[in-house]
Design a protein around this ligand. Structure first.
Ligand code: DGI
Ligand code: FE
Ligand code: FE
Ligand code: FE
Length: 189
């Protein structure tokens, strides 16, 4: 198994500098949120390092990697291609970098879509991806504020913004994203 530093080098080499800076931001934010909201900071760090490792692969390579691993959710391939880098990263984390922790692999798998019963680690990695310091999209400031007191409320605000964006684009919504939002709203009520 590689050291954390070797792993970071290997991931950095697969993406442009801008996306690496995003990854560093997600690592920092995920560790902070893990400490604040009761998840394992080392697992948050590991999931953050790897979450976007396939983001700049050609989309067909992302899809092929998912197809070659039938245990990954194949139905993501029926939805927007922006979803595909998440399951592809699980295959890479496991098969190339020897990550075996199922909690870390799930946090990577669901970092874009979310899922119905999100673990603390899932929530933290997904939220860190929305609010890391380099992110700039409408409402990101508001979501950062909410994240100071509720990971669930902040994540709902994040999914609301993604779902609105998908609706505006006339795109379909992956069902797990709707289930993730519903589940978080039930937790909050
Ligand atoms: O990889 P990142 O850019 O850091 O962020 P991400 O992995 O959260 O990707 C988000 C993109 O995925 C975002 O621009 C919206 C798009 N997307 C497409 N279909 C869906 C979706 N996101 C969610 N949550 N659900 C979808 O069905
Ligand atoms: Fe991503
Ligand atoms: Fe995300
Ligand atoms: Fe990301």
């Amino acid at each position: 198994n590689r050291t954390r530093e070797q792993l970071m080098e290997a991931v950095k080499a697969q993406m442009p500098e801008r996306r690496w800076q995003h990854t560093l931001g997600v690592m920092e934010t995920a560790v902070k949120l893990a400490k604040q909201y009761g998840a394992d900071p080392a697992k948050a760090d590991m999931a953050a390092i790897l979450h976007d490792v396939c983001k700049f692969w050609p989309v067909e390579k992302q899809a092929e990697t998912v197809r070659l691993n039938p245990e990954l959710p194949q139905d993501m391939l029926d939805y927007d291609k922006e979803l595909w880098h998440a399951p592809a990263a699980v295959a890479v984390a496991r098969d190339e970098y020897g990550v075996t922790d199922p909690e870390v692999l799930d946090a990577i798998l669901y970092h874009t879509s979310g899922r119905e019963r999100m673990t603390q680690l899932d929530k933290i990695v997904c939220l860190a991806d929305y609010i890391e310091p380099g992110r700039d999209f409408p409402n990101v400031h508001k979501i950062r504020e909410i994240a100071e007191y509720s990971v669930e409320k902040a994540l709902v605000a994040g999914f609301d913004s993604t779902i609105s964006f998908l609706l505006q684009q006339g795109k379909r919504i992956y069902p797990l994203t709707v289930l993730a939002r519903n589940g978080l709203l039930i937790e909050i009520k």
